[in-house]
Design a protein around this ligand. Structure first.
Ligand code: ATP
Ligand code: MG
Length: 409
């Protein structure tokens, strides 16, 4: 099954726990589902380990149940090792008959607990205790990641992602920041920043074994202000070659090296990758342009995600192309979207188009750029990263107030 099978995913999103069983045994799935009914639902998946890992990325289960009866032991071992590497805070529970060989295999694979399928009366207690142990652990795997999404093209997602990443980089000084250019049309962020990256996501995946500290410093395209940029491949055929499992491994490595990652997912061409990134982002910002058509498309988009099992309750709205005088106000949009406003960014077609056409950053005093800068500072605070040198901004602010006062007098 994939994400399109909404009925199962809706079941999984009703607030109860989701257990993902890796097995083709429908009877076992049914028995476990009944045994764990007080905690949530058991969803089973057959298929190879790569399929399982992709499902974990899409479904975000609370625990994965791995079948350790022969002949599945090798597969369960392999799955446990890969899941532990990619999702270190995910609970892994062995299931099967507690034979010596199954218990030995489960122990070697490093699962947290084992459910005896001959004595399922204990299953709920074992699963509940295991989940309690995992609940205290942080789900974050690596540095903070800020994802920007837009319900359709033209909302401004790429413009904001590019500027936001530049501003975050400026505030973090020498600390490394990565902009992942994953929206469609592809590579808009790179275009707006005047950068033509050689290394794309497929190239990075193919070179993953060689990624060390030196390569992290040298492999990525860099904006002149030292922001690292990694785009999707320009060609659709190359994009199709990106295996989700490999992409997830790459993201983990990237998030362990960089201090912050900003990702443009505006109309992302690969929905599976986008959903994984959305689920794993520290913050998700929905970019919505001011106006009734932006609102309508955004509401439809939020509805689709919710019915696909992706919670959007923690998201924030960024209202773009904002003009004070308009009847459909930012507050009205936020109310209808059911999301708090993270920022309201003014309409400024001339400045944005000029800067983007030349691939140059906007002047620091530009109104839109200042609003994005304020958003960058707010988000840094929320994700717990301190600007390296807040003094100049404060000084500039005091000076600008001084000038306003002396102008007025
Ligand atoms: N606040 C704004 N005021 C005026 N024009 C804007 C504003 N934000 C973005 N634009 C312009 O809108 C166009 C689309 O912006 P952008 O590329 O960022 O949108 P998108 O959501 O990524 O969609 P797409 O990728 O299809 O272009 C660009 O020409 C950009 O200059
Ligand atoms: Mg875009």
């Amino acid at each position: 099954m994939n994400i399109a099978d909404k009925s199962v995913l809706m079941q999984a999103s009703n607030g109860s726990r989701t257990f993902l069983l890796h097995s083709a045994d429908a009877l076992l799935a049914d028995r476990l589902d009944r045994a764990l009914a007080s905690l949530g639902v058991v969803i089973s998946r057959a298929g190879d380990v790569a399929d399982l890992i992709r499902e974990v990325g899409l479904l975000g289960p609370d625990a994965v149940l791995l079948a350790f009866d022969t002949p599945d032991q090798q597969i369960a071992h392999h799955a446990a090792k890969q899941l532990a590497e990619l999702y270190p805070s995910l609970a892994l529970i062995g299931v099967g008959n507690p034979t010596e060989s199954a218990m030995h295999a489960a122990l070697k694979a490093g699962v947290a607990e084992f459910i005896d399928i001959g004595n399922l009366a204990e299953a709920a207690t074992i699963a509940s205790d295991t989940l309690n142990n995992y609940d205290g652990q942080s789900r974050q795997t690596g540095c903070p990641m800020i994802a920007l999404v837009g319900a359709r093209q033209g909302m401004g997602t790429s413009s904001i992602s590019a500027e936001l990443a530049l501003r975050i980089k400026a505030h973090l000084g020498d600390q490394e920041v990565l902009l992942m250019d994953c929206g469609a049309p592809v590579r808009d962020c790179s275009l707006y920043l005047g950068v033509e990256p050689d290394l794309d996501m497929l190239g990075a995946i193919q070179n993953i074994a060689r990624f060390d500290q030196v390569m992290m410093k040298t492999a990525f395209a860099r904006h002149e202000r030292n922001l690292a940029i990694l785009p999707l491949p320009a060609q659709a055929l190359d994009r199709a070659d990106i295996a989700t499992t490999e992409a997830l491994r790459l993201f983990r490595i990237l998030r362990s090296y960089f201090k912050a990652v900003v990702v443009d997912l505006g109309c992302a061409p690969d929905p599976q990758l986008a959903q994984h990134l959305i689920r794993n982002a520290s913050l998700v910002l929905l970019v919505c342009e001011q106006g009734i058509s932006g609102l309508k498309t955004s509401l439809e988009y939020l509805g689709q995600l919710e019915s696909g099992g992706i919670g959007t309750g923690g998201w924030r709205a960024v209202i773009n192309r904002h003009v004070d005088e308009r009847t459909v106000s930012a507050a009205h949009l936020a109310h209808r979207l059911g999301l708090p406003i993270a920022a309201t960014l003014p309409y400024d077609a001339v400045a944005l188009n000029d800067a983007q056409s030349l691939g140059k950053p906007l002047p620091a005093q530009n109104r839109w750029a200042r609003a994005v800068d304020a958003l960058a500072l707010k988000l840094l605070d929320e994700i717990g990263l301190k600007p390296v040198n807040p003094q100049p901004d404060k000084l500039a602010h005091r000076l600008s107030r001084l000038f306003v006062r002396s102008d007025a007098s």
